[in-house]
Design a protein around this ligand. Structure first.
Ligand code: PDD
Length: 285
């Protein structure tokens, strides 16, 4: 089936949607994005994604071509016309099309905005969530503003390929001996009754799922420690897991070939996944 996508104010069949070869997203990775999950045809945490989008744009002095209300409307319309029950809405805004120049173009260049959906049946009832993921470690060689959700995703993509080549599912990135995050997710370990995840800074993306999961964990009287942890600490932890809009809470059972805990998904990750799905569905729009 041909998807309907949204490009610069128009709903179009995906086969007819185009962006200029001069688009700065294409030439300079000069763009930001968001991924919002859809469950039961509703958007999870739309507000959080809209707020982070604005922050990414502000940090790059990029214009926002759409109001929050209109953005919500476009998300909902795409979910509706493409019949998405479980899946994702991808949104990208770039600085627009201009003759190639390292300097930003003049103010009258309109940003480019693109949205499309991806159907992901089984997103909530995922087999991986029951089985657990294997991760490898790689050096974190990304730039220093990982808090901005830019489309510069080549290094994470290389990390994902390295993981695949090693028979694993993903890579955790290491800087100064400590885990920053996964290629496209935030990383956590569990020691006893304490959930440990890296503190927010420019070193990691400020995950929307992370914020929700930590809030739910605290409400459920779990201890949360926001600090960096080493790979060895992770390998010796009772549990490990990741969070993101496309995986929710997903257990990690092996790191660089070493089993975490008993090498099976842990109770804390399972409970957090359940709470996250229940609670987020209540406020989905
Ligand atoms: N990735 N860290 C990185 C580097 C990410 O790319 C993502 C999200 C996260 C988790 O953020 P959130 O909980 O807001 O999804 C952390 C998305 C899903 C992606 O690139 O597809």
């Amino acid at each position: 089936m041909t998807r309907t996508v949204y490009v610069n104010g128009q709903y179009l069949p995906e086969t007819e949607a185009t962006v200029s070869i001069f688009d700065r997203g294409f030439l300079f990775a000069d763009g930001v994005y968001e991924v919002t999950s859809v469950l039961g045809g509703k958007l999870l945490d739309f507000d959080g994604h809209a707020i982070r989008l604005q922050r990414s744009l502000d940090e790059l002095e990029m214009k926002n071509p759409i109001s929050k209300d209109d953005l919500l409307e476009v998300h909902r319309e795409l979910v509706r016309v493409n019949n998405i029950d479980e899946g994702l809405v991808y949104l990208q805004i770039t600085r627009g099309a201009a003759d190639r120049d390292f300097a930003y173009p003049a103010d009258d260049v309109a940003p480019t905005i693109v949205l499309f959906t991806q159907a992901k049946p089984g997103l909530a009832d995922s087999a991986k969530a029951k089985e657990g993921m294997k991760v490898i470690s790689i050096e974190d060689q990304r730039w220093g503003r990982r808090d901005i959700k830019t489309v510069q995703l080549l290094y994470p993509s290389m990390g994902k390929m390295a993981a695949k080549a090693a028979g694993a599912d993903d890579a955790w990135m290491i800087e100064d001996g400590h885990v920053t995050e996964g290629t496209s997710n935030n990383a956590y370990i569990v020691k006893g009754n304490t959930i440990i995840t890296r503190q927010l800074s420019n070193d990691i993306l400020h995950g929307i799922t992370r914020a929700a999961v930590l809030r739910f964990a605290k409400e459920a009287q779990m201890n949360v420690e926001e600090r960096a942890f080493t790979l060895q600490e992770a390998q010796n932890a009772d549990e490990a897991f990741i969070t993101s809009a496309s995986t929710f809470v997903m257990p990690v059972v092996e790191i660089d070939g070493v089993a975490v805990g008993r090498g099976v998904p842990g109770a804390v990750a399972a409970r957090l996944r359940e709470i996250y799905l229940d609670e987020s569905l209540k406020t989905a729009i």
